[in-house]
Design a protein. Structure first.
Length: 167
């Protein structure tokens, strides 16, 4: 008789812990699979230039996001991360995949085109750092972005932006 990898000739007393662990795994199941997201760094699309698509994402902790680069002059990076999160920075002209585990608001941009408003936002799980993110973004928009400052208003506008519904 063969049950879960144990042959009947084995001493069942020595294999009980393994069998119990196997049964527990069957009952509990495996953790939910994480999702994979893609953000494209785009140099030009129609009348738009230097943008991320999408520029706003909601993700679960443990999901991954790949920043795909379409030209050698882009360098996706984190500009703001929640406490406990690790910042990231791609090599110039290279795509990068990151796994975001810490809940909160992340702001990402292109190291070479942030002055043009080439930035975006990711909200992971329950965002507890919304006030800090809004404060950061106000400074970021005033001090970093010089062209197309209103590009991200659909995310940051206090009453109508995507983050307006967050506490």
């Amino acid at each position: 008789m063969f049950i879960a990898g144990f042959h009947h000739e084995h001493n069942t007393m020595t294999h009980r812990p393994h069998f119990a662990a196997f049964l527990l795994l069957l009952l509990v199941g495996s953790p939910a699979a994480s999702e994979e997201h893609v953000v494209q760094a785009i140099a030009k699309r129609g009348f738009e230039s230097m943008l991320f698509d999408p520029d706003f994402l909601r993700m679960a902790p443990g999901d991954t996001v790949t920043f795909q680069v379409d030209d050698l002059d882009h360098q996706p990076q984190s500009a703001f991360v929640p406490p406990g999160a690790r910042p990231w920075r791609a090599q110039k002209g290279k795509s990068i995949t990151v796994t975001l585990r810490a809940p909160g608001v992340y702001v990402f941009d292109c190291a070479y085109h942030n002055v043009m408003g080439m930035a975006g936002v990711i909200v992971v799980g329950e965002a507890s750092n919304v006030a800090e993110a809004r404060e950061f973004f106000t400074r970021y928009r005033d001090e970093t972005v010089f062209i197309d400052k209103e590009r991200l208003d659909h995310i940051w506008a206090p009453k109508t932006g995507a983050l307006a519904a967050l506490p």
